[in-house]
Design a protein around this ligand. Structure first.
Ligand code: NAG
Ligand code: NAG
Length: 719
């Protein structure tokens, strides 16, 4: 510990904190933590399940060395093995005021990856003065540098071609900015809470991710069926229309496990209700799906309507929540804050309140007893509100109008969400806004444990925070059917791998806008290799489920071909998820994680790997059948033909006509497989086998994890 006193200088935003207390700990041999707090007053700290006090013995045999510089204060973390400075805050001053905290870090290289949620367009950051706002927001991904749904404050830095890497995580949930500079350096600039930094050292990028993810929470092991293909759209209009889509995709023999209904299944878009006219048979829909070995997932939004049902009867879910007083309150701490979302006037459940979790769990159960379902998709949990702050506006005060506002969308913190002075159990919305989706995930996980005891089910969340991956997967939000979006999905997906949320994918064929056959065909090809593989579409757009393009279309033929390969390789994919779940490995893996000694891989983001062994090279441009692709330094075999390709460590022109994408198996690996079928219920009964891809020495090795695919208990067998 050390006490830091402020050097004389003009105040930037007022209310400077002086002195500041520094606490630091050698937590493990590869993890260093330090925090800066106000010794005179308790400031907001994220009540994260994995953060503890500074206590316990110091780790020994450290991979790092720490030096603290005085006048002015700075902290330097050095790699013990080679003396390289990895993390150096002496590049800029520490600023610590009531609502403005800033620290800059000089880095050993400009190979920086991560931090979100944004569309970065490229996986390797551009360090030429780019400032990214971080604040959870219901905003559609676009070319703008907008803050999007989730809050992820972790980045990885590859030091050099030895693979040595570091990771940096700031545990802070306030609205903030992350600025990259060419020094190379980064600056975290946040509007509250404390500065609580974690520095992770690894010998490889994978090791850094493992260290980080072990700290914030190892990702959930998905149930096997959730690795199948999913179909969804907003506004099918009726259950008959849903069934027609299900039937036509069954009829073409598409590998397909999961069907969703979006908010149009509800009555008046109210959670825990269903449209008794257009979806009158919804109570038997799960059985209809199960009869074919398929599953059914519902959507739930946080906002709860305050109004009665159409027939004048009371809306029970609201009434019960009201009597338990589980809503987010206005600044007075007692009046429920009212806003407006899909169902009209709404209140917002305070998922940081344990009573709210009990109420939510109970509502999920009551609805399940009417309309059985297999998993839950939670949306709009940034939290989204269609009026600014509340129906009564927001007061003029320093929470709603802080002295410094990061470059968030609209430059107004309460835009499209709640007033910042709203009151929740964990604290003011100002401090806990970025935890809304995370807390809703925790509550919904409780509901799932109650509904499916001993089973893993399915949970998908739009808004995430550090540690969300322990319970939920994520999709990249409301993208659009454009060639830009198909490209941006790969960096986005790789970033969520770094954040410990490996069960991730973008909406295949795009959510907004009408998709062309060509784009949808290319997207079905690459999407067959998203860890979370779902085709989802918005209202009023032309249908984009594969069968809609005609049973004899190239799109259907190609979609079936690649989904069959996905289903064939599910034992390999499932094993990768097991390794993510037990050690924090990535699943959809950046090429540089395997081939870091080759600088050419450091910026590859139009290709990716499944684990160490399957190289995926999609077509991401229109009118193209030749792709500029990188072949990393290994022996590779073409998946379809088994032929060895006689190139390595070079760029090549890959010929990928309309029905084809690049898929290559890496020599040295064994891939467990199973004969595919149109559902995982059926495929799991088929014979299994091994694809053995030999390396230069005619050797190969691999692993298989196998169990019943859904139990939460100890694995039945592992090898
Ligand atoms: C919100 O107000 C109700 C009274 O209406 C109160 O019982 C509840 O504890 C408050 N919740 C919070 C988080 O302040
Ligand atoms: C999509 O196509 C439909 C039917 O042709 C048309 O009505 C709709 O306006 C189109 N939507 C967009 C976003 O272009």
């Amino acid at each position: 510990q050390a006490v830091l006193t402020r050097l004389p200088s003009p105040s930037l935003f007022g209310s400077d904190i002086d002195p500041v207390l520094l606490a630091a700990a050698y937590q493990t041999r590869s993890r260093f933590r330090f925090a800066l707090t106000d010794p005179k007053k308790q400031r907001f700290e994220v009540p994260h399940e994995n953060v503890g006090p500074f206590s316990g013995p110091a780790a020994s045999n450290l991979k790092y060395k720490v030096d603290v510089q005085q006048n002015p204060f700075g902290i330097k973390v050095t790699r013990a093995s080679n003396g390289k400075v990895l993390f150096d805050t002496t590049i800029g001053p520490l600023l610590y005021a009531e609502q403005f905290l800033q620290l800059s870090i000089k880095l050993p290289s400009s190979n920086v990856y991560g931090v979100g949620e944004h569309v970065h367009k490229q996986y390797q950051h551009d360090v030429r003065w780019k400032t990214w706002p971080i604040f959870s927001r219901d905003a559609a991904p676009s070319a703008n540098m907008d803050n999007l749904y989730g809050v992820q404050t972790f980045f990885l830095c590859l030091e050099d071609n030895t693979g040595a890497s570091l990771g940096v995580f700031l545990m802070n949930s306030n609205a903030m900015e992350f600025a990259l500079q060419p020094a190379p350096a980064v600056t975290y600039r946040t509007t509250g809470g404390i500065l609580d930094f974690y520095v992770f050292l690894g010998d490889t990028p994978e090791q850094v991710v493992q260290e980080y993810v072990k700290f914030i929470g190892l990702p959930a092991l998905p149930s096997y069926w959730t690795l199948g293909f999913h179909l969804s759209r907003y506004d099918y209009g009726s259950l008959d229309a849903v069934k027609a889509v299900v039937e036509r995709n069954r009829a073409i023999g598409l590998p397909y496990d999961v069907q969703y209904t979006d908010i149009d299944y509800m009555e008046g878009r109210k959670d825990f209700t269903y449209d008794k006219v257009n979806f009158k048979d919804l109570p038997s829909f799960q059985t209809y799906m199960h009869d074919y070995g398929q599953k059914y997932i519902i959507i739930l939004d946080p906002a709860i309507s305050t109004e009665a049902l159409a027939d004048g009867s009371s809306y029970q879910a609201y009434e019960r929540g009201q009597s338990k007083k589980v809503w987010v309150n206005e600044s007075d701490g007692v009046t429920p804050l009212v806003g407006e979302v899909w169902p009209g006037r709404t209140v917002f459940p305070d998922f940081t309140n344990p009573d709210c979790t009990s109420w939510w769990t109970e509502e999920c159960k009551i609805f399940y007893n009417q309309v059985p379902y297999d998993g839950i998709w939670i949306d709009m949990n940034e939290v989204a509100n269609f009026v600014q702050g509340s129906s009564n506006g927001c007061e003029q005060n320093e929470l709603n109008y802080p002295p410094f506002t990061p470059h968030v969308v609209d430059r107004l913190l309460y835009s499209k969400t709640l007033c910042m002075d709203a009151v929740q159990k964990w604290g003011r919305h100002y401090d806990v806004h970025n935890l809304f989706g995370y807390s809703m995930t925790l509550s919904t996980q409780r509901a799932i444990e109650t509904l499916f005891p001993g089973k893993r089910s399915f949970l998908l969340s739009r808004s995430t925070f550090a540690g969300s991956g322990k319970y939920a997967g994520h999709w990249l939000g409301d993208n659009a059917a454009t060639w830009d979006h198909i490209k941006w999905a790969i960096p986005g997906m790789l970033e969520f791998g770094l954040f410990g949320i490996p069960y991730v994918g973008a909406d295949i064929c795009g959510f907004y806008e009408n998709v062309t056959e060509e784009l949808c065909r290319r997207w079905m090809q690459v999407g067959a290799f998203y860890p979370f593989s779902r085709n989802h579409n918005t209202k009023k757009c032309t249908p984009q489920d594969p069968a809609a393009f005609g049973a004899d279309s190239v799109l259907v033929k190609s979609s079936k071909h690649y989904l069959n390969i996905r289903y064939t390789l599910l034992p390999y994919l499932y094993t990768l998820f097991y390794k993510a779940h037990t050690q924090g490995d990535t699943v959809a893996r950046p090429v540089l994680h395997e081939f870091y000694s080759d600088e050419a891989t450091w910026s590859v983001d139009k290709q990716f790997l499944w684990g160490p062994g399957l190289l995926i090279t999609p077509v991401l441009d229109p009118g193209v059948d030749i792709v500029q692709a990188y072949v990393p330094d290994a022996v590779w075999y073409d998946y379809d033909s088994g032929a060895k390709i006689w190139l390595r460590k070079q760029w090549t022109q890959m010929y990928l006509p309309a029905d084809k994408m690049g898929l290559h198996l890496r020599g040295g690996y064994v891939f467990p497989f199973q004969q595919p079928a149109t559902t995982t219920v059926a495929s799991r009964k088929n014979p299994m086998g091994l694809i053995i891809a030999l390396d230069d020495n005619n050797e190969a090795a691999g692993e298989l994890f196998w169990d019943d695919g859904e139990s939460t208990g100890e694995p039945l067998s592992a090898s």
